[in-house]
Design a protein around this ligand. Structure first.
Ligand SMILES: Cc1ncc(COP(=O)(O)O)c(C=O)c1O
Length: 487
């Protein structure tokens, strides 16, 4: 068995196999990074046809398995780092994040209990303390790393729901949901992330529990409409368990007026959760930190480091202002966080997380902050915001393009304008431009909607991209639009 042992361990045979497999994979990545194309342009049907799974009884061995992964996965992967890959909040990653992944993966610590991740538990707790200080929260370590924004939003909504019921003397954790559930509401803007709806459905309250607040011309929550929706809810006998504000909406990058929202919520003791999955990056900004003023007033916050913090997927965090609310999801498992251990002061993170087994993703942020320093980190974050402003100005000067909205974070919403055609034709043409560019393999541009009408989106996270790169991309959008409109 020992010669064939496939497990990573301290044996000479295992270490040699590990080094060979990692070296082979690293070399393949280096070749892939050198590929000039953003994407090889294969269609869904072509990839379905090409990719087959070869699970033989003897096994192929590490080398052949890696070769097949290179052939069928790597070659047809999207080059997220390519300057023309700007469709989504999907960042190129820091080199140091890659190094952190090597350490995370090889050590395979699990964050649910201290005896499975001793140093990692302490590092994560210290990082949470640091993140709280950046937000302006009181000192403490209430918070946890998560798989990303969706899970962090779920934690915020779940604790808001359970705190709401607890105020009425009812424990959801013990007894489940009760009462007239159709009267329980969450308010968020029309542009909030869809995970609010999905999470409310998951929590047993359904999409019907989400009341959408109107937005202003910059996609930010309209506080007058919020005040009106709160008054209407009261008049209808509804109870608002939470307001979700967004700091950085997915498309426009809009930041809701956080302080005004918190003030309205405070009047009625309503929980405020801020989804800062994207805009939370400005915590590190030198130029734009003030956009987040009021974040410290929220009861809970979502942060996402696999967006404009340039960490590999996945890496997010949830912060809870008042640690006492963690009691609402408390569960004691004898094998992980026993009374005995807790009385001895043994830390555990399972009681702060929805996950049990959990990766040590915090290491990536910690190493990123140490390697880059706050100044360089701020520069690469600010770069995208400043670039978006320059691109918007350029777009506004192009006769064949229409700027949909002034940028607020690092995205630009715009349309190709055909010489003639109604809204439906403009929408279809822009959709087809996005599809054609991806099919050609040359660019990935976002296709989304603004005020219900299809438009294009550039998400300019990549700090190595400059205005000239974006001009090249916009020239291909125009060329493609002209070709399609004449076809
Ligand atoms: C504003 C906002 N919140 C939450 C999410 C969900 O984050 P994740 O994909 O990390 O679950 C996104 C994703 O783009 C987002 O833009």
């Amino acid at each position: 068995m020992s010669d064939l042992n496939p497990i990573l361990s301290g044996s000479a045979q295992s270490i040699a196999a590990y080094q060979e497999a990692i070296e082979q994979s690293t070399q393949a990545v280096v070749q892939w990074l050198k590929q000039p194309e953003m994407y090889q342009g294969k269609t869904v049907a072509e990839l379905r046809e090409r990719i087959n799974l070869e699970f033989t009884s003897q096994g192929l061995g590490n080398q052949a398995a890696i070769e097949r992964a290179v052939e069928y996965f790597l070659k047809d992967s999207l080059s997220v780092h390519h300057p023309q890959c700007v469709a989504h909040l999907h960042c190129p990653s820091l080199v140091i994040s890659q190094a952190a992944e090597v350490l995370i993966n090889a050590t395979n610590q699990s964050m649910d209990s201290w005896d499975q991740s001793p140093s990692a538990t302490i590092i994560e707790m210290k990082l949470i303390e640091w993140l709280r200080a950046q937000v302006g929260y009181p000192a403490g370590d209430a918070g946890v790393f998560t798989s990303g924004g969706t899970q962090s939003n779920l934690m915020g909504l779940m604790l808001a729901r359970d705190a709401f019921f607890a105020r009425q003397g009812h424990s959801v954790q013990q007894h489940g949901l009760t009462g007239n559930l159709s009267k329980i509401k969450v308010l968020c803007s029309e542009n909030a992330h869809f995970s609010v709806q999905k999470n409310m459905a998951l929590m047993g309250l359904g999409y019907q529990s989400v009341t959408l607040v109107k937005t202003d011309a910059f996609s930010r929550m309209d506080v007058n409409d919020l005040a009106q929706k709160l008054a209407e809810a009261k008049a209808n006998g509804e109870q608002v368990m939470a307001i979700v504000a967004t700091a950085g909406t997915t498309d426009a990058g809009a930041i809701d007026p956080l302080a005004d929202i918190a003030a309205l919520a405070a009047e009625q003791q309503i929980w405020v959760h801020v989804d800062a999955a994207w805009g939370g990056a400005l915590l590190l900004s030198e130029k734009y930190r003030h956009f987040l003023n009021g974040l410290e007033l929220a009861d809970s916050v979502t942060l996402d480091f696999h967006k404009q913090f340039f960490q590999t997927i996945s890496c997010g965090a949830f912060l809870l202002k008042d640690a006492r609310h963690y009691q609402l999801m408390r569960y004691q498992a004898a094998y992980l966080n026993s009374d005995f251990d807790e009385e001895q002061g043994v830390p555990n993170l399972v009681s702060k997380s929805l996950q049990t087994t959990r990766r040590f993703d915090a290491l990536k942020l910690w190493m990123g902050l140490e390697a880059l320093g706050k100044k360089q980190y701020a520069e690469i974050i600010d770069n995208g915001v400043t670039l978006a402003q320059q691109v918007a100005q350029f777009v506004a000067e192009q006769p064949q393009l229409e700027l949909v909205m002034q940028p607020q974070l690092a995205s630009v919403l715009f349309r190709f304008r055909p010489e003639k055609g109604d809204t439906a034709r403009v929408a279809l043409l822009n959709q087809r431009i996005g599809d054609a560019l991806l099919a050609s393999g040359s660019a990935n541009v976002g296709v989304t909607e603004a005020d219900g009408v299809t438009c294009l989106k550039l998400t300019l996270l990549n700090p190595t991209v400059c205005l000239e790169d974006v001009k090249v991309l916009l020239a291909s959008v125009v060329a493609c639009g002209q070709q399609l409109q004449n076809a």
